[in-house]
Design a protein around this ligand. Sequence first.
Ligand SMILES: Cc1cc2nc3c(=O)[nH]c(=O)nc-3n(C[C@H](O)[C@H](O)[C@H](O)COP(=O)(O)OP(=O)(O)OC[C@H]3O[C@@H](n4cnc5c(N)ncnc54)[C@H](O)[C@@H]3O)c2cc1C
Length: 142
Amino acid sequence: MGILADAPPVDDELIYARHLNGFALYSMRSPTRSRNYIQCKPNENLDEWSDDRIWSELALRLGPEHAADLVTGPVVEKSVAPMRSFIAEPMHYGRLFLAGDAAHIVPPTGAKGLILAVSDVFYLCEDLNSFYKTGSQSQLDG
Ligand SMILES: Cc1cc2nc3c(=O)[nH]c(=O)nc-3n(C[C@H](O)[C@H](O)[C@H](O)COP(=O)(O)OP(=O)(O)OC[C@H]3O[C@@H](n4cnc5c(N)ncnc54)[C@H](O)[C@@H]3O)c2cc1C
């Protein structure tokens, strides 16, 4: 379950926690917003997760050291995000090129899918430039 909350981060660093109840991740979005994850069932009923329940479960999984500093606030968004990884190989078929999530999906807890998507577009641009300048397909194939 991904949770966006109007609450300042508890730490400058990401906190990954392993607990008998499941995984948890605490991360920052801005000085006033945190983005958190609580491992749950894929078909979890979010109506059963009040803000209070979310914060107490997060505190439990993060452990007493971080729970003590936890500043709670209104949850502004919550959703169940499927944890899956996928890589298409090859990332092109003829003149069709895949970029971003169409080519590879990483679990949102890695917080890098968007960065990878932008990186794909950067390299694809360079390769398309090379193709149109030289007529050679080799960089695109690579
Ligand atoms: C809960 C969650 C948290 C995340 N957190 C982070 C994070 O912290 N940092 C990070 O770097 N990444 C994060 N990501 C991943 C990031 O959002 C994606 O990797 C990124 O958005 C991929 O960009 P994209 O352009 O490839 O695909 P998308 O952003 O999915 O864009 C595809 C677009 O195509 C549109 N589309 C689909 N089908 C059609 C159609 N037939 N015709 C026209 N349009 C269509 C869709 O509506 C969509 O707008 C997170 C993802 C999730 C789910």
